[in-house]
Ligand binder design. Structure first.
Ligand code: ADP
Ligand code: MG
Length: 702
């Protein structure tokens, strides 16, 4: 059933919009339809239901609305201290309005005698009441002084404002739109049980009240309801995807562990598996034998031994006659996995190949041919493996290592590599917060490795300011003299690649001065090097020919040199938490005590201080991930920016994590009870999902 709603109308159909403004609304605000406008929410409301008297304003009055007249205007100061000061009076007192920017513009508009209404945060400056950069409006006589609802303030841009599409104009459009709508345009989609359980307000009311509430309480209720709806619908969708896949999708059946796994497990395993590794392997084995396609996310802290789990899973695939591909985020890492797996596999009869950007045309041809013929059991590579040129005879398992950036769409590309989609295992580089896992990876099953291999000695992390450099270098020397190796890492900030490079090279010279040849040898790796130089420098360090690795963050993920015991991070205040944790994870991989030294300037932002403090306090990647999300907010988490699954309009997965958990739980219960949502209680929900069928994939089941 399809039902066309006025909400699907293109925005130019709205009175007062027209083609040109519609164009701008599309480009600048992503507003294409009535529905988009309805979902363009105000970031704040102005309480114009009450006008404050200047005489009554006190220092903690915060935001107030004042109505009065300009009594004088004055331009003061020069250059940087130039400012425009307007005195206004409402009969009860006088208040100053100050502008430091946009002076010429305000100067043109405000003159002595101009009647105006201003809104802003008040402060006291030199004993006089002041409002800096207030929102203001010139009041003409026909204007009603107060309203019976709170006025919404919408985000706008310079370009929009130039076309009379400032926040206030958007409010007018939204107001007009709401007049056109009735309950049937926004029918209730949440089941009654849920509305009652959380005392949520009705959908149509909530849309009205999020824009034009009569008071703060109404607005809060509207937000609560719409946030819940947003999270619930997304969790229901993800839950339905999981359900459909578990029920309807066919998966390759790997019946046995197979000879490869058994042989390797009993004769070549270099160490006893941790309990976590064993448990996860069982989960994977069960998935791959179930007749359904595996789609699993493996979360493990840095160094928890994910590679071994990957290898054992690929051996199961091989033992059942299927090929595997193993995808790494960088070439260096792909190469290292290849070397590592080759060594571990020894004389086992497993054919393994690698394909990267630096493979020669001939090598590529050969590997691709072997892959297509089914000769290769395992192929390792970068992203390039998802390209269409890479064909398999019978791909049974795809493993994506250390990726944050691998979204649903890319995974879907992998599915097409075989007529029956291969099993998929996504391994994270560092743990991600549960809320992110539920949203960005909410369509996946979920395994956790929360245990480190035995015998690891916890890494000691310290913070050192710049002036302690001589001590730090002295410590580095003593570790090298004990036979250890050391990383010294410089930040890489894309915007200023040139500066980063100079910074790194200067650092390299400094390090060389402390550690001269021939007693010491240094590897240097950075983004501007030719690939083979990178590889040579890298492998010299891996082989132990150089004691020090000076590098940008290109070595960030995955690199494994167990003999390295010190990680010095320069300008550590410039790194994000996950990145610091990931970098730290390069040491502490062997049997020796390891150290991470976070160098920084004395002056740091509060966020940077907080990050460094957390790093010094804990080695637990799961804890760090939660803190990271708290500090940075969800919009900023590495690699998730483009992730459509996280584009919530209202909800914030950090602040609203309790709602998210509830919504997840409710969605699961509903799917358990009625997985086609055909019960009368779910009519509204079903209709809603059907009208939005494309996004849900819902059409497939009904
Ligand atoms: P990550 O989970 O960060 O990818 P790796 O797979 O690179 O970690 O493993 C880190 C190190 O721990 C490697 O040197 C690996 O050989 C070793 N390792 C993995 N599992 C075990 C284990 N069960 N016992 C001892 N060492 C292990
Ligand atoms: Mg790894």
């Amino acid at each position: 059933m399809s039902f066309t709603s006025i909400l699907k109308n293109p925005i130019e159909y709205l009175k007062g919009v027209g083609p040109q403004r519609a164009d701008l609304l599309k480009k600048e605000a992503g507003i294409f339809t009535f529905e988009d406008l309805l979902n363009y929410f105000p970031y704040r409301h102005i309480d114009r239901t009450k006008v404050a008297r200047i005489a009554d304003i006190h220092p903690d009055s915060d935001y107030v609305l004042v109505s009065g007249k300009v009594i004088s205007v004055e331009e003061l100061g020069e250059k940087r201290s130039r400012r425009f000061v307007v005195s206004m009076s409402d009969g009860s007192g006088i208040m100053e309005l100050v502008w430091f920017q946009g002076i010429n513009w305000v100067n043109k508009i405000l003159h002595t005698g101009t009647p105006l209404r201003v809104f802003g945060k008040v402060g006291f400056f030199m004993n006089s009441l002041q409002m800096a950069h207030p929102e203001f409006e010139i009041i003409n006589t026909t204007h009603t002084p107060t309203r019976d609802f709170l006025e919404p303030v919408y985000p706008s841009t310079e370009k929009l404002k130039a076309r009379q599409l400032g926040g206030r104009n958007i409010a007018q459009l939204t107001y007009a739109l709401l007049q056109l709508l009735s309950e049937k345009d926004l029918p209730e989609n949440l089941p009654l049980t849920i509305l009652e359980k959380y005392k949520l307000k009705n959908r149509f009311e909530s849309y009205k009240n999020i824009h034009f509430p009569s008071n703060q309480g109404e607005w809060q209720d509207a937000v609560t309801r719409l946030k819940y709806e947003e999270l619930f619908i997304s969790q229901l969708r993800l839950g339905l995807v999981r359900f459909q896949r578990n029920t309807f999708s066919k998966g390759l059946i790997f019946e046995k562990s197979g000879d490869f796994l058994n042989d390797f497990y009993h004769h070549h395993l270099p160490f006893e598996l941790t309990n976590a590794q064993k448990r996860v392997l069982k989960e994977i084995r069960r998935d791959m034998g179930s007749g359904r396609q595996m789609n699993r996310l493996l979360q493990g802290d840095v160094g928890s031994g994910k590679t071994m789990v990957a290898l054992l899973s690929m051996l199961i695939a091989a033992g059942n006659g299927y090929q595997s591909c193993f995808m790494a985020p960088t070439e260096i890492l792909a190469r290292q996995h290849y070397d590592n797996l080759k060594t571990m596999l020894g004389n086992l009869n497993i054919e393994i190949g690698i394909i990267t950007g630096s493979s020669s045309a001939k090598e590529k041809r050969e590997v691709l041919a072997k892959c297509a013929d089914g000769i290769l059991h395992i192929i390792i590579g970068t992203h390039a493996l998802i390209e269409d040129t890479v064909q398999f005879k019978n791909l049974g398992l795809a493993i994506i290592d250390e990726q944050h950036r691998f979204g649903v769409e890319q995974r879907a590309k992998l599915w097409k590599k075989n007529t029956v989609p291969p099993h998929i295992l996504v391994m994270t580089a560092t743990p991600i917060p549960r809320t992110l896992a539920l949203t960005a990876y909410g369509d996946l099953e979920y395994s956790i490795m929360d245990e480190m291999p035995a015998g690891r000695i916890p890494i000691t992390t310290v913070h050192r300011m710049e002036y302690r450099r001589p001590d730090v270098m002295g410590f580095v020397r003593s570790e090298i003299d004990k036979g250890r190796q050391v990383y010294i890492i410089y930040p890489l900030i894309e915007e200023s690649a040139k500066l980063d490079f100079e910074n790194l090279m200067k650092g390299y010279e400094d390090v060389k001065a402390y550690f001269p040849e021939p007693k010491y040898y240094i590897s240097v790796v950075h983004g501007r090097q030719k690939k083979d130089m990178k590889t040579i420098n890298m492998s010299r360090f891996v082989e132990g020919d150089t004691q020090i690795m000076v590098s940008t963050t290109v070595i960030e993920v995955g690199v494994n040199v167990p003999n390295a015991s010190v990680m010095v991070i320069e300008n550590s205040e410039k790194f994000g938490l996950t990145q610091l944790h990931q970098l730290r994870g390069r040491v502490g991989r062997g049997s020796e005590k390891s150290y991470c030294i976070l160098m920084s300037k004395v002056k740091m932002t509060p966020d940077a201080k907080a990050r460094i403090k957390i790093m010094c306090e804990t080695n637990d990647g799961f804890k760090i991930a939660e803190k990271d999300l708290e500090i940075r907010g969800p919009g900023d988490i590495e690699g998730t920016r483009q992730s459509g699954e996280l584009n919530f309009k209202l909800a914030n997965i950090v602040e609203d994590r309790a709602i998210l958990e509830q919504a997840r739980h409710d969605a699961e219960n509903i799917i358990k009870q009625d997985n086609t949502l055909s019960g009368a209680a779910y009519t509204g929900l079903r209709m809603f999902l059907q009208s939005d069928g494309k996004r849900t994939g819902w059409s497939k089941i009904s």
